[in-house]
Design a protein around this ligand. Structure first.
Ligand SMILES: Cc1ncc(C[n+]2csc(CCOP(=O)(O)OP(=O)(O)O)c2C)c(N)n1
Length: 641
């Protein structure tokens, strides 16, 4: 075994190619063993084993800055940078994050995990190192390297950065890790032409004959035989990707076999010496070495533990699945309904729609901003667009939702899956801002189903509106609550109390609040519980809340500027209008903090947002005891260059 001796990237520089092949196999096994028990990005990481080894052999991290776009493909990097022993604790509380983390290692620079940012960070860091006279060629010896997937290259930010890097001639090595896929095959013309290059028989045979002739030249040896310059100049004349990048001012090299460490090293060494931005196009196989991943196009990306929810095939009763079926049913009856996704058709429940209505389904690439404004255009043209996105990625498209959709009052239905605290993926993936962001859009109607059964009616109502709407639901499996399903935009009384306290619960927190009441003995009779269902809130509910002595709001999003704050403000305004005494108010929700990775249920319980926590909070409210402040999780971020 070689792997146990790898404590630091320097250790891999000492190995020969035979040992590297052995190490690659060991790393793959380690990743398979771990990820099939912890869940995580299996396919993406198995594809970059050799690439990561080559990068750490050619560049000297952390002196050279290695940036990983999205960061879901950094397991090998973690294993090589002193974290092998903690790797079994991947995505577990107190264990390694599933993304790069500055808290974990000085080898990790960025941790955004929303795609398409690395090239912009690279530009900024390269500028900073230039001004500090530390960049190679600018008086120093350091380099900036950004690895970006072909999927992440479909995002607008990546193009903005390419444009800027090329124009500024800023010295950065860009490694395009092209496996032809994001979750599903990558949707972009550029990707298509990259794929053609991969499949181009003339190119392949030319490359082979070139390799053969090089091999035969005495004294040149393996490096020249693998040298990129020779055959890329031939390729350059034949196929298009280089023109795309070079017209932007970025030197193009490739494509290089991403599983051939020697070839990668030659290409990277050459690129490191290029005085300007240069892109090394590397072909990798997603899921390499794990047959079930290679064979399954959708599971390839993300390995979900069977005990949880196999995301791409949602369980029959999940919110996503209920939405998926409801959309299909409505779309059968109304041909104006179209659906959009930003490269996540499977996880957002659109596969069925795509199959049934291929002409009405649009995968726009990892491009949420464009997705939103494209939906606006479709609505303007008389269609009824349903735009599906994870709650966390909606933040990307806020400006477009506000000004391109909202300002024009266009009937776009935005569907936010994975709303609320999501868990294992950590701070960047919690869906805790969508409510606060949407409430800032003056004319939007937001539907928050408390149970999956609410979804079909809410979706139908949303599609009947003449302006924008949002439907937000969580990943967790739904629960049932007593009583009828709500209708239209009305709130729903779940339980009527004696006027002491009115609890206004949003979405899935209604069930938690209901469970809390059952723990409260006779004091539960003092509480009225509402399933808020829609925001801005039902005026009848606010009128009723005003007549209570106390109002407590509960949500699984930020409590600052979220649904609770909005409803409390409505209660106060109404009390003023009616000239009655304000009820005392409390807002329960997610504090202002970056919440680290942990199981969603456990995070909610730490925040006092489980049934026990809510029962205690309701009792404190009834007794007029102060709500105690919970210590906020710290998120220290070291700064280094
Ligand atoms: C803004 C944004 N939207 C969606 C996602 C979800 N997501 C995570 S990885 C991924 C696919 C990335 O594809 P690629 O960059 O080609 O990497 P690969 O996994 O194929 O190596 C997507 C869509 C994200 N991280 N960020």
């Amino acid at each position: 075994m070689i792997l146990p001796s790898i404590q630091d990237p320097r250790d891999v520089r000492a190995l020969d190619f035979e040992q590297l092949a052995e190490l690659s196999a060991e790393i793959r096994q380690c990743i398979i063993d771990t990820v099939t028990t912890t869940g995580g990005h299996l396919g993406s990481n198995l594809g970059v084993v050799e690439l990561t080894l080559a990068l750490h052999r050619v560049f000297e991290s952390p002196r050279d800055v290695l940036l990983w776009d999205t960061g879901h493909q950094t397991y090998v990097h973690k294993i090589l940078t002193g974290r092998r022993e903690q790797f079994s604790q991947l995505r577990k509380r107190g264990g390694l994050s599933g993304y790069p983390s500055r808290d974990e290692s000085e080898h990790d620079w960025i941790e955004s995990s929303h795609a398409s940012t690395a090239l912009s960070y690279a530009h900024g860091l390269s500028v900073a190192l230039t001004l500090r006279k530390e960049l190679v060629g600018a008086g120093g010896t350091r380099r900036v390297v950004a690895v970006v997937g072909d999927g992440s290259l479909t995002g607008g930010m990546a193009y903005e950065a390419l444009n800027n890097l090329g124009h500024a001639n800023q010295r950065v090595v860009i490694v395009l890790n092209d496996n032809g896929r994001s979750y599903a095959p990558t949707i972009s013309k550029l990707s298509e032409s990259l794929t053609q290059l991969r499949l181009n028989q003339t190119y392949v045979s030319t490359r082979e004959s070139l390799r053969e002739s090089l091999r035969k030249i005495p004294g040149i040896g393996r490096l020249a035989y693998l040298g990129v310059h020779g055959f890329t100049s031939v390729v350059r004349e034949m196929v298009t990707p280089h023109t795309f990048f070079e017209n932007l001012g970025i030197r193009y090299v490739g494509p290089i076999d991403g599983h051939d460490i020697a070839a990668l090293e030659v290409a990277l060494v050459n690129a490191a010496n290029w005085n300007g931005p240069i892109l090394v196009h590397v072909l990798t196989e997603k899921g390499k070495g794990y047959a079930p991943a290679v064979g399954d196009s959708l599971k390839l990306h993300d390995y979900k533990l069977p005990a949880h929810n196999e995301d791409d095939k949602p369980l029959p009763s999940s919110y996503t699945e209920t939405f998926s079926r409801a959309l299909l049913e409505l779309a059968e009856k109304d041909s104006r309904i179209v659906a959009l996704t930003a490269a996540m058709a499977g996880p957002t429940g659109l596969l069925r729609f795509e199959q049934r209505f291929p002409d009405r389904f649009f995968d726009v690439g990892i491009a949420e901003q464009h997705e939103m404004t494209a939906a606006a255009g479709m609505a303007m043209g008389g269609l009824k667009p349903v735009l599906c996105v994870y709650s966390t990625f909606f933040s990307r498209a806020f400006d477009q939702a506000n000004l391109d959709v909202g300002l024009l009052n266009l009937p776009v239905v935005m569907v936010f899956d994975r709303a609320g605290i999501t868990g294992d993926d950590g701070p960047s993936h919690h869906g805790i801002l969508d409510m606060a962001l949407c409430l800032a859009i003056p004319n939007i109607t937001i539907f928050a189903p408390s149970t999956a059964e609410e979804i079909p009616g809410m979706l139908a109502t949303a599609l009947s509106l003449s302006g924008p709407s949002a439907l937000r639901f969580p990943k967790t499996l739904p629960v049932k609550i007593d009583g009828e399903i709500g209708t239209g935009q009305a709130a729903r009384v779940v339980q009527r109390g004696d006027g002491s306290c009115c609890v206004l619960a949003v979405g899935k927190m209604t069930a938690t609040a209901y469970a809390a009441l059952s723990q409260m003995g006779i004091s539960r009779d003092r509480i009225t519980l509402y399933d808020v269902r829609v925001l801005p809130p039902d005026p009848a509910m606010i009128d009723d809340a005003v007549r209570h002595q106390r109002v407590v709001t509960v949500e699984d999003g930020t409590r600052h500027g979220g649904a609770g704050a909005f409803m409390v403000s409505a209660v106060r305004s109404r009390a003023q209008e009616l000239r009655v005494t304000f009820p005392t108010t409390r807002i329960l929700g997610v504090p202002r903090a970056y919440l680290q990775h942990h199981k969603a249920d456990l995070l909610l319980s730490e925040l006092g947002l489980d049934a026990d926590g809510l029962a205690a909070a309701f009792s404190r409210a009834l007794n007029d005891e102060p709500e105690f402040a919970r210590p906020l999780p710290e998120s220290p971020r070291p700064h280094y260059l």
